[in-house]
Design a protein around this ligand. Sequence first.
Ligand code: ZN
Length: 440
Amino acid sequence: MKFDQVNKELFSFLNQSPNAFFAVKNMCDAFRQAGMTRLYEGAPWNLAPGRGYYVTRNDSSVIAFRIPKADYTGFQMMASHCDSPVFKIKTNAEITIDKQYVKLNVEKYGGLLCAPWFDRPLSAAGRVIVRTEDGIETRLVNVDRDLMIIPNLAIHMNRQVNDGYKFNAQVDMLPLFCEKGEESDAFMRLIAAEAGVSAEDILDTDLFLYNRMPAVSLGLNNEFIAGGRLDDLQCAFASLKGFLEAAPKDSVAVHCVFDNEEVGSGTKQGAGGTFLKDTLHRISRAMGRTEEEYLMSIASSFLVSADNAHAVHPNHPDKTDPTNRTYLNKGIVIKYSANQKYTTDAVSGAIMRTICRQANVPYQTFTNRSDLPGGSTLGNILQSQVALNTVDIGLPQLAMHSPYETAGAKDTAYLIEAARVLFSSSVEEAGNGSYKLKFQ
Ligand code: ZN
């Protein structure tokens, strides 16, 4: 497998995707380059067998699909997320201190680790909504330079800090932006200049901080990788690559990447919204299928919910379950949870294990320690919209929800290969707990 080449491409995707808006834009660029057709939710869909299409919602979630030439039995899907825990820049962001400094007012988005945000170059990226003659339009903005920093308090002013510190998001986490100058609104004027508009034409914004440090390889033999937003852009990237390399024959291949997983998915573009259900219904209708035929196709579909997993931590090996312990570079993680925070059951687990074997890639299993609650993901949330056999998987990583996370140098390539096999396969319900798995 071409691990180095895959990581090079992954790093470039991570570095060019400071948040969900950019991740979706970069994926759309890849679909366009692959000759796929862009669809809009507000326009009719005319679909043809043998073609590929993609559609976005809120410019921060995307679903792409490829229809096989022959009649299809179901949908082979992989879902991941493109948002990451981060600080969002509030409206009216500037705060002046002692008529000397300007810092920005920010708030937490998702369950983030505070400590690693200190003492490193940061910048701002997101979208601005601009007034036009007949309405509004969206522009993406990335201030592509080292711009801000959240300075730590010196140890001399807090001698107990190394014994544990409670971070107050309103006090401790506000980034220093500039010296106080003559003019006010320096931040919005900078954003307007980057967007190529005047500050007066900006009606509203969704802007976020991001860590400027680019992704790197490390370890004695470059066996590790580190970078921002590995959770979950590593899975989104692997799904994208496998999707584009696949040869769908008996099922529609569906690559979905959702925003807002880190805040519960309950938005119009999140996994708890109707985006996937609406899209599958529209595909079905455009292909001339009845409602019953749609439901039959869902019964013969399979969904892989791909969201990164916790590897055993070298300094805290006791935090992991005694018999389901996952390690970097040891392959795709299949996640189990008795209370179904992860959707995996014996059927979907068995199908995923078969896919990994067919792809000739290693896999490992994860459960939380029975005395630790763990997190959840988008797999079970999607069930309220489209209920079908689903497995929860991920790639093993360390420091989840830090702005700079660590993972294995081999695992991305393993998931690309498994995704390629998934998107080229079909899972046909045969009744009584039996399924026919067809691989190309
Ligand atoms: Zn995640």
